[in-house]
Design a protein around this ligand. Structure first.
Ligand code: SAH
Length: 458
């Protein structure tokens, strides 16, 4: 055996997996993708990847979507991020909705990896068209009715094409359904051709709207997102009551999602770990010296809500914030602050974090001690920018990333039952949502949980 010197950290080559996460139902991930994700050091994930899915893995998670309150990544920057982590010798999972090679920009990402000599593999995913087809029972091809199918894009409008296929599936039609239908009609398809819009395919809140080409064209313009438009006579197969619509949708709070998966119902997993996401010893350090921060920056409603919960738990109140300048970004954060009797000194309306830094620069906020309560996902761009102005910046994790998407994403209209796994789930749930619609039945894991439920909601 020959001894080899260890490879210095900087020369180690990482490896990249470009992975399709499937259309939404977390169980539609492939077995291979699941294994690789468990081993990944870094997971860069997009908008359409469900948090329920990402949450199961322990690698560092970097959100590369386009949500307003996060850094807005352009494709070029995402490419650079992938390469940067791979160069550090890491195993990188690039996780995309559906399949990476169907309107997924997977091709661009592998170009970059080839250019940089970085090893990679592609792991396919179930594309939205296949998910929608299965969960609505609309076959994409069918003997005698449809012998060809085409996947097309509805965005940008200038790229809309109408191929000569029996079944057409359009992606990215959120605001362009009418443009697509006009193009299809102009191509000579009959006004009686069947049309379906499938929104949130394979998720608990999947919805389908059907009609004919003429009927849809006469309807008012609507935005459906994320949605697919399917056109073709296979849609005649559709029936409103199918296995997916009939199954009970149960919101499971807390615990390991897998323990609760069942064929009896459709599970919507809600981890309820938002508050425990905070690192209490760090939080308490900051709260102890809360008066020493010259600036408190709140970027969203959640940072306000959880900061105050922790402040009160620590036995302090708004009087301890009197000396600090309080800055909020966005209307939601400002409104939330007002609930606690605080009118911010400044409310900024930035487009992105670059703007926040610019605004701090304009106002001459330098050499200050700035506390930024937020999630466990740290916005390095913002922190570096504020530090470059000469400030001391302390990001403080007061909630676990995901709280906001979860709170905004759970559509209670589709939930039939809520299961509370523990008293702390009841408590966290109550902080986030306040109330439970009457129509929804509630079950509790044990007597203590039941007592907490009665206390909070009884
Ligand atoms: N690579 C993805 C597509 C990305 S483009 C795939 O293979 O599915 C984004 C578009 O995909 C959305 O605008 C929407 O048209 C479609 N889409 C993704 N997930 C969807 C879902 N759960 N339901 C309906 N459409 C979806």
């Amino acid at each position: 055996m020959t001894a080899t010197a260890p490879i210095p950290e900087t020369q180690k080559q990482g490896y990249v997996y470009i992975i399709g996460a499937g259309p939404g139902d977390p169980e539609l991930l492939t077995v291979k993708a699941e294994r690789v994700l468990h081993d990944a050091d870094v997971i860069l994930y997009d908008d359409l990847v469900s948090l329920e899915l990402v949450d199961q893995f322990s690698g560092l998670k970097i959100y590369t979507g386009k949500r307003k309150d996060c850094h807005h990544f352009e494709q070029e920057e995402i490419n650079q991020e992938i390469v940067r982590h791979a160069r550090q010798g890491k195993t990188v999972a690039r996780l995309k909705g559906g399949d990476p090679f169907v309107f997924g920009r997977g091709g661009e990402e592998i170009d970059e990896l080839r250019k940089n000599g970085i090893g990679y593999e592609i792991i396919p995913g179930i594309t939205a068209a296949h998910g929608a087809s299965a969960y609505t029972e609309i076959p994409l091809t069918m003997r005698k009715i449809s012998s060809s199918v085409a996947f097309c894009t509805g965005h940008p409008v200038s790229k809309i094409q109408v191929p000569d296929a029996d079944t057409l599936v359009y992606y990215m039609v959120a605001s362009t359904v009418h443009d697509v239908l006009d193009a299809v009609a102009a191509k000579g398809r009959s006004g009686n051709t069947k049309v379906a819009v499938v929104q949130n395919a394979t998720r608990y809140n999947q919805q389908i709207f059907t009609g004919t080409l003429d009927e849809f064209r006469a309807r008012e313009r609507a935005v459906y997102s994320p949605a697919l438009l399917i056109i073709g006579d296979n849609i005649n197969q559709f029936i409103a009551e199918n296995w997916h619509s009939k199954k009970k949708k149960v919101l499971i709070t807390g615990g390991e999602a897998k323990r609760y998966s069942s064929t009896e119902y459709i599970m919507v997993h809600f981890p309820c770990r938002q508050i425990e996401g905070a690192d209490l010893s760090k939080v308490n350090d900051s709260l102890r010296q809360i008066e020493t921060y010259g600036v408190l920056l709140f970027q969203n409603k959640f940072s306000v809500k959880y900061f105050f919960k922790l402040l009160f738990d620590y036995g302090r109140d708004v009087r301890h914030l009197a000396k600090s300048r309080i800055i909020s970004t966005g209307r939601a954060a400002t409104a939330e602050l007002q609930k606690y009797g605080v009118i911010p000194d400044q409310s900024l309306e930035p487009e992105g974090c670059g703007d926040i830094v610019g605004m701090f620069r304009e106002q001459g906020i330098a050499a200050e001690s700035i506390l930024i309560p937020g999630s466990n996902l740290i916005d390095e761009y913002l922190i570096n920018g504020l530090q470059a102005l000469g400030n001391r910046v302390t990001p403080l994790c007061v909630y676990k990333h995901g709280a906001q998407e979860l709170e905004q994403s759970i559509d209670f209209d589709f939930i039939d039952e809520i299961y509370f796994a523990s008293p702390s789930c009841v408590n966290n749930f109550s902080t986030m949502f306040g109330s439970i619609p009457e129509r929804i039945t509630v079950t509790c894991a044990d007597q203590r949980t039941e007592e907490e439920y009665r206390k909070m909601f009884g």
